[in-house]
Design a protein around this ligand. Structure first.
Ligand code: ADP
Length: 211
């Protein structure tokens, strides 16, 4: 956000005199309170200033490294998730392996015809079946996948820390991000994203560089 000269001046006045009322800020700038109001609204909405009723305006200090880390851990999965890669349960193992390469992921989510989550297939699930005698052009992924209801999922409103714990505690590489839908009285899961160890590494790399 680009601040105007007057907004910068207001911030300086608040920094040096906090808490300070809008009347006092207006006087220092030779303005009326009404003329100052739009700038004060912008600065409070941008969380640069904070107003306490009957006390005045404060400058909002930048959180330190610990504060930033705490914020990161509380971030919502919907703001961090990556694109999900989904194959249908009738897809062949061969097709799943090709998808793994084309999409450059390590885990595929598996859906039924209606697009609801039925399972997850990992690199090793696919490797295991290819070292056997199976005809991977014909064999459907549904035979080799881990299936519902034993799939560990996360949700858009869950926190980064909750999802991170699930990856570690359940020793899996990826979680489907799902939303619940009621279908004929049953709760089904729609895949809307992916939270994987790669997503985790990317989020950490970009946020830690800002500490
Ligand atoms: P890999 O097997 O390639 O090392 P994972 O560690 O993620 O990858 O998978 C280990 C096993 O857990 C596999 O059999 C896989 O099907 C299963 N799995 C992977 N992700 C999940 C998940 N989110 N929920 C349940 N099971 C999963």
């Amino acid at each position: 956000m680009k601040l105007t000269e007057r907004q910068k001046e207001i911030i300086e006045i608040v920094k040096q005199n906090e808490p300070i009322t809008s009347q006092e800020i207006a006087e220092r700038l030779g303005l009326t309170r009404a003329a100052l109001r739009p700038d004060l609204s912008i600065l409070t909405m941008a969380k640069i200033l904070d107003a306490k009723p009957r006390v005045g305006y404060y400058f909002v200090k930048e959180p330190g490294a610990v504060g930033k880390l705490e914020k990161l851990l509380e971030m919502k999965i919907e703001d961090l998730q990556s694109h999900p890669v989904v194959v249908q349960e009738s897809s062949s193992v061969y097709n799943a392996i090709v998808t793994l390469f084309l999409e450059d992921v390590g885990t595929l989510f598996v859906s039924d015809k209606e697009g609801y989550l039925v399972g997850v297939v990992s690199r090793k699930d696919l490797l295991k079946v290819t070292i056997g005698e199976a005809d991977i052009q014909k064999l459907p992924v549904s035979v080799v996948m881990s299936r519902m209801p034993n799939i560990i999922v996360t949700k858009p409103e869950e926190t980064f820390y909750t999802a991170l714990r699930k990856l570690v505690d359940y020793k899996v590489d990826a979680l489907p991000v799902v939303v619940e839908e009621e279908v004929n009285g049953q709760t089904r899961l729609k895949v809307v994203g992916r939270f994987s160890k790669t997503t985790l590494a990317n989020v950490l790399a970009s946020h830690l560089s800002e500490l």
